[in-house]
Write a protein of this length. Structure first.
Length: 127
């Protein structure tokens, strides 16, 4: 009986949360547009770990001239999620300045973000 009362109360509470306005179908495209435009925004983790040396956004110049920008890397021939994950997984590949320890979850996050920067019309900025 106690569960029945809780379910009824939850139903009454939820019914009070309905909004008068555009339907979900109408609102969904706007939310999708916002998500698509924010898609290339780097996760805070990526900016914090990599942004001191690398340009982590498209059309930025790396703070360290020797560090390629993420968009330059992502748009290099042959770059795939697998090649990025393999490189980032093997710390012996890193130059001495890139001394970071990344766990698998971080590696995948960085690789997935970098792939959002791939663009058929990408042109590398002059250095």
């Amino acid at each position: 009986m106690r569960h029945f009362k809780a379910i009824v109360m939850l139903g009454l509470f939820a019914s009070g949360c309905q909004v008068n306005g555009p339907s979900v179908e109408t609102a969904a495209p706007a939310a999708t547009t916002v998500a698509a435009s924010a898609e290339k925004e780097p996760p805070i983790f990526v900016t914090a770990i990599c942004g001191d040396c690398h340009a982590v956004k498209t059309n930025e110049i790396s703070p360290n001239p020797q560090a390629p920008g993420f968009a330059d890397i992502a748009n290099s021939p042959g770059v795939t999620r697998e090649t990025l994950v393999a490189f980032l997984s093997d710390a012996h590949n890193y130059p001495m300045q890139m001394d970071v320890d990344l766990v698998e979850e971080d590696i995948e996050l960085i690789a997935d973000y970098m792939l959002t920067l791939q663009d058929e019309d990408y042109h590398r900025l002059p250095s």
